[in-house]
Design a binder for this molecule. Structure first.
Ligand code: FES
Length: 100
């Protein structure tokens, strides 16, 4: 086992999970699109190594409004978790992630 010492300032997990027909899930409410937009902007800004982003499975807050994201900051024990994240919330999540 090899420890990773090059840690990010923050790590955003975006739920893109799909659940069976008739059940709420982040895939149906823009999880993939939110993940892709955030990842693309991190690359464009050249800060992908400082701020990591990962697709994740169900975080347990499924809804019919928007995806669920969990933000882990280096040195903090518990994540910030946001549910019902819609496309219009991009700037707020971006600021929480990067401070910009
Ligand atoms: S499918 Fe995303 S929180 Fe459940």
């Amino acid at each position: 086992m090899k420890p990773i010492t090059d840690r990010p300032e923050a790590h955003l997990y975006v739920c893109t999970n799909e659940r069976p027909e008739g059940k709420s899930c982040c895939k149906k409410v823009g999880g993939h699109e939110f993940f892709a937009k955030t990842k693309d902007k991190l690359i464009q800004e050249g800060i992908r190594s400082q701020f990591w982003i990962t697709r994740t499975g169900c975080l347990g807050f499924c809804n019919d409004v928007g995806c669920v994201v969990a933000l882990y900051r280096d040195g903090e024990a518990a994540p910030e978790i946001y549910s019902e994240v819609e496309a219009d919330d991009f700037d707020k999540v971006w600021k929480s992630l990067t401070g910009q």
